[in-house]
Design a binder for this molecule. Sequence first.
Ligand code: F6P
Length: 324
Amino acid sequence: MNGEERVKRIAVLTSGGDAPGMNAAIRAVVRKGIYHGLEIYGIKRGFSGLINRDLFQMKLGSVADIIHRGGTILHTARSPEFLTVEGRQKARNFLLEEKIEGVVVIGGDGSFKGANALEEEGIATAGVPATIDNDIPLTDYTIGFDTAVNTVTDAINKVRDTATSHERIFVIEVMGRSSGQLALFAGLAGGAESIIVPEDPIDVEEVCNRLLRGIKRGKLHSVILVAEGAGGGLYVGEEIKRVIRMDVRVIILGHLQRGGTPTAFDRILASRMGAKAIDLLLERKSGRAVVCRNGCIDSVAYEELLSRKKLSWDDYHLAEILAR
Ligand code: F6P
């Protein structure tokens, strides 16, 4: 590639639900980009920032002191206007006027759809997967997932203390949209007695039988983890009460799962993925998302991400065996 052809101005945005580690990814994009002599611009509030022309140049110091912070310094939003043809054209015209030659989109599957739409408008993009749901196929992990797993595990530990003291059954609802990844990993780490995921249609009878088997052998407390996409905690709690007529408490962890300081794992993943996004744009390999497979950072075309991410059934069955 000669000097004339080099990409010079790159923008970065975060979109969709925030995830711990997004800031570490922004930092990597900015610093790796500047290292290669690029000008890096931040866009505020995701795709709506493209429509509202919310752009500012980022320097090395713009990303100082953020690697350990949850959330996103660029803010995030879901943009209904960007879903319209007019909205996308406004975004495209703005980027062309500002001579932005590539956009790094940090977010989940909805954000990648947005990135793909920009590609269709002729704008080069690179996607960095960041969502606590870990529901993007072809990558073992998304940024933020590990932190959320730790947050939920910590909640399970705390709930287990009181569950043991009061000899109670607790149902904990976790996020994940239509994916059971977060419930499965946190359930495995926290030793949940049952894990209910959307990928395996709910069987309250089986959950109750398991509870009764536990009670029979003297187990007087239980923690049941329910993914929000699997019917929700309130429903499962009511069903258990109805079937086994015991006292059940339900906790919905909600948005606290999206916050907190990112784990070392997420910071490292974000640093590597953010840097890879810059490499992709420099190599003019646009329309691709960064992935992490078997510990290696790679990339795949957006079209390859259309299938649903598979749950690890081995881990699911292992959790069942270990909770007996
Ligand atoms: O995608 C991340 C996520 O936290 C999901 O787990 C959850 O279903 C959703 O976002 C909640 O979205 P909102 O913040 O718009 O309520």
